[in-house]
Design a protein around this ligand. Structure first.
Ligand code: S3P
Length: 449
């Protein structure tokens, strides 16, 4: 089922070379944070390049419900007049975050230290995902919550009237949990300390500093120790959102596996906490280069050039790289199918609690398309068949997960037989222009029926 409306079955057929420029949308993580931090600053925050995918639109709607003035100025330009730290109003209705774990977890963090009550819900995927990983640390600030069995949405949070600062060691590698704690710390007096053993994406830290908060990160034996001084006055900003490396992954991987391809993906954010896929692809023998490396808005950026790579080989993906490519494993498993030999991916337990159980969703679909996959609770291995040997021909299930849907469409572009999908609707959550953009490069993805 599509998250919003009727299912959209699709089929991806083998195509000729992919060529041209792929201008992928703005970064999803940075887009959510831009709206939220804008809502916490008094004055006007101007955003360009905002991802207008459903996930981010749901966050924009939520920010309005908490009292911010959020205006769509067209063509990715948005304006936010915020209410200040601690200024969230109590929403009049239930906050529906749709498919977005990032949206709901970050917003829960912000409201947890204000004396307001809010109820959150989402689609069937989001309502099945664990929220205790966020509500547990928020309880330490004094926030109460009640949800369904297993800490699932729908869930009501009663924010702390007299929040206390917290020192929290994040037990799972999760930027969402880290960010929820930091956002809660904004309205607590004194210093909130978050410690992460493994580095996860650091957009929250960078952007909080950009908005004028006092925040430091120290690398110690314990891990990354992030210290935020509470109750700052955040200053509105002008933000140019870089293009999303997680979306760039799809045209890049397609170009690598479709014979004769040569695709330029300009202006991609290459924050080291996000760029693990590109390192991995190069280790597998992919012809992938960085051109015109530069810095934009405090983030490293480059144009990616990906060409067909006939000699891909399987590798061991280091477990310590997992956090920097956590959303890219589904499409990596497709590339691994076209490589020779085994690609082993350890240290990825988190994949089981994303928009779907991504190991299960991909393994089932890959096997149906003729690729052998082994899996355990926190690892999986794809036995690559080499170019020209991936059968395809199956209909895969997207499980309300945009990245699963797009990954199987990429597979169909280079498999011997077309690959179908029960529902491509979820693609709109993060990459609403996917079909048009890939079609412009030369893919043959059709809506069925
Ligand atoms: C995100 C963090 C990651 C990632 C998600 C976006 C973020 O989730 O999978 O797509 O913007 O903080 P986890 O924090 O659960 O790893």
């Amino acid at each position: 089922m599509s998250s919003h409306g009727t299912p959209i079955p699709m089929t991806s057929y083998a195509c000729g070379p992919l060529n041209g420029h792929a201008e992928v949308p703005g970064d999803k993580s940075i887009s959510h944070r831009s709206l939220i931090l804008g809502a916490l600053s008094v004055g006007e925050t101007k955003i360009s390049g905002l991802l207008e995918g459903q996930d981010v639109l749901d966050t924009a709607k939520a920010m309005r419900a908490f009292g911010a003035e959020v205006t769509d100025l067209g063509e990715g330009n948005w304006s936010v007049h915020g209410v200040g730290v601690g200024g969230f109003a109590e929403p009049e209705n239930i906050i529906d975050c749709g498919n977005s774990g990032t949206g709901v977890r970050l917003i829960m963090g912000v409201m947890a230290t204000s004396p307001i009550t809010a109820t959150f819900t989402g689609d069937a995927s989001l309502n099945g995902r664990p929220m205790a990983r966020v509500t547990d640390p928020l309880a330490e600030f004094g926030c109460q919550s009640v949800g369904r069995k297993g800490g699932r949405l729908p869930m009501t949070l009663v924010g702390a009237a007299d929040p206390v600062p917290v020192r929290y060691v994040v037990p799972v590698p999760s930027a969402q949990v880290k960010s929820a704690v930091l956002f809660a710390g904004l309205n607590a007096p004194g210093k909130t300390v978050v410690i992460e053993k493994e580095a996860t994406r650091d957009h929250t830290e960078r952007m909080l500093a950009g908005f004028g908060a006092e925040i430091t990160t120290e690398v110690t034996d314990e891990g990354r120790v992030i210290t935020l001084t509470g109750q700052p006055e955040l200053k509105p900003q002008t933000i140019a959102v870089p293009r999303d490396p997680s979306s760039a992954a799809f045209p890049v991987c397609a170009a690598i596996i479709v014979p004769g391809s040569d695709v330029l993906v300009p202006g991609i954010g290459l924050n080291p906490t996000r760029a693990g896929l590109f390192t991995t692809l190069r280790e597998m023998g992919a012809d992938l280069t960085y051109e015109n490396e530069r810095e934009e808005g405090g983030e490293p950026v480059a144009d990616l050039r990906a060409r067909f790579s006939p000699d891909l080989h399987g590798i061991e993906v280091p477990a310590e790289r997992a956090a920097s490519m956590i959303d890219e494993y589904p499409v990596l498993s497709v590339v691994a199918s076209f490589a020779t030999g085994k690609t082993h991916m350890p240290g990825v337990k988190e994949l089981r609690v994303k928009e779907s159980d991504r190991i299960d969703a991909m393994a089932t679909g890959l096997r149906a398309n003729g690729v052998d996959v082994d899996e355990g609770p926190d690892w999986w291995s794809v036995h690559g068949l080499g170019h020209g040997n991936v059968k395809g021909g199956a209909t895969c299930v997207s499980h309300l997960d945009h990245r699963i849907a797009m990954s199987f469409m990429i597979m169909g572009m280079a498999a011997s037989n077309p690959v179908s999908l029960d529902d491509g609707g979820p693609i709109a959550t993060s990459f609403p222009i996917f079909e048009g953009l890939m079609g412009g490069l030369g893919s043959d993805v059709r809506r069925d029926g």
